[in-house]
Write a protein that binds this ligand. Structure first.
Ligand SMILES: C[S@@+](CC[C@H](N)C(=O)[O-])C[C@H]1O[C@@H](n2cnc3c(N)ncnc32)[C@H](O)[C@@H]1O
Length: 239
């Protein structure tokens, strides 16, 4: 699918709406989309690609389908859903069991908002990436309409209230609790942190799912916090 395009955004949005009923279709589509985005910077074939916090492994599988040597690193065995790709490592992204520069591409989709210290998390991604290699980091920021995840958009009225409302309405336990496994993360702060680093070059910062002008939205202070939805950063490790 062409990125950006209205057709792509609508297709992804429809898949998200069916995420609960058909997670495999949703994540397979998202994985193909992310692989297409990465292949704009060069083929994945024969590259070493590590997927940090990759959940049930759809991204790792897609990278392998395209010929990459790809490995999933996931700390929570429940997320693997009994379908982890062979060679999966149960590991925390803060402390990866990988040598410096082991990966050509370090990939992390929708994990940053789930860690308490995103700056340290990104440092570990940078450490394991080879000089000249790419780091793909995408996350949902707090003021995104989806910032509160399953209790969105009620997070705008307060996280705890939104979580309680979700549990009352659905009768289910919410998966996320602010300050435990979901954290407030902002576009402006994250961009400033990344730009202040001397070990990476910022290749692109774009609204991951936007159908038009995806690189413009994250440039506009304030508006970007509400309109970006999900920020994709592609960084290149300095030689
Ligand atoms: C919303 S899921 C994203 C899964 C997948 N990457 C995707 O884009 O669909 C968040 C994932 O982050 C993982 N995670 C949370 N804290 C982590 C950490 N410290 N290191 C690595 N992964 C972590 C969770 O276990 C979970 O699999």
């Amino acid at each position: 699918m062409k990125d950006p395009s209205l057709r792509r955004s609508v297709t992804l949005f429809r898949a998200f709406l069916n995420e609960q009923s058909d997670p495999d279709a949703c994540y397979s589509l998202l994985a193909r989309d992310a692989a297409d985005q990465l292949e704009r910077y060069g083929p994945l074939a024969n590259r070493t690609v590590v997927d940090i916090g990759g959940g049930s492994g759809h991204f790792t599988e897609e990278f392998r389908r395209r010929g990459a040597h790809s490995f999933l690193f996931e700390p929570d065995v429940r997320e693997l859903r009994d379908r982890a790709p062979e060679g999966t490592v149960v590991a925390d992204g803060y402390l990866l069991p990988l040598a410096d520069g082991a990966a050509d591409i370090c990939f992390s989709s929708n994990v940053l908002e789930h860690v308490e210290d995103p700056r340290t998390f990104v440092s570990e991604l940078v450490r394991v990436t080879a000089p000249g290699g790419l780091i793909y980091v995408a996350f949902t920021n707090w003021y995104s309409p989806w910032g509160g995840h399953e209790w969105a958009p009620w997070h705008y009225l307060g996280a705890e209230r939104a979580r309680r409302r979700y549990e009352r309405r659905t009768g289910r336990r919410a998966k996320h609790t602010l300050g435990e496994n979901l954290f407030r993360i902002h576009i402006g702060t994250t961009l400033r942190q990344v730009r202040s680093r001397t070990d990476v070059e910022l290749v692109t910062a774009r609204a991951r799912y936007w159908p038009f002008l995806p690189a413009v939205v994250p440039k506009i202070p304030l508006l970007r916090e509400f309109a970006t939805w999900n920020l994709l950063l592609i960084l290149r490790r300095c030689p």
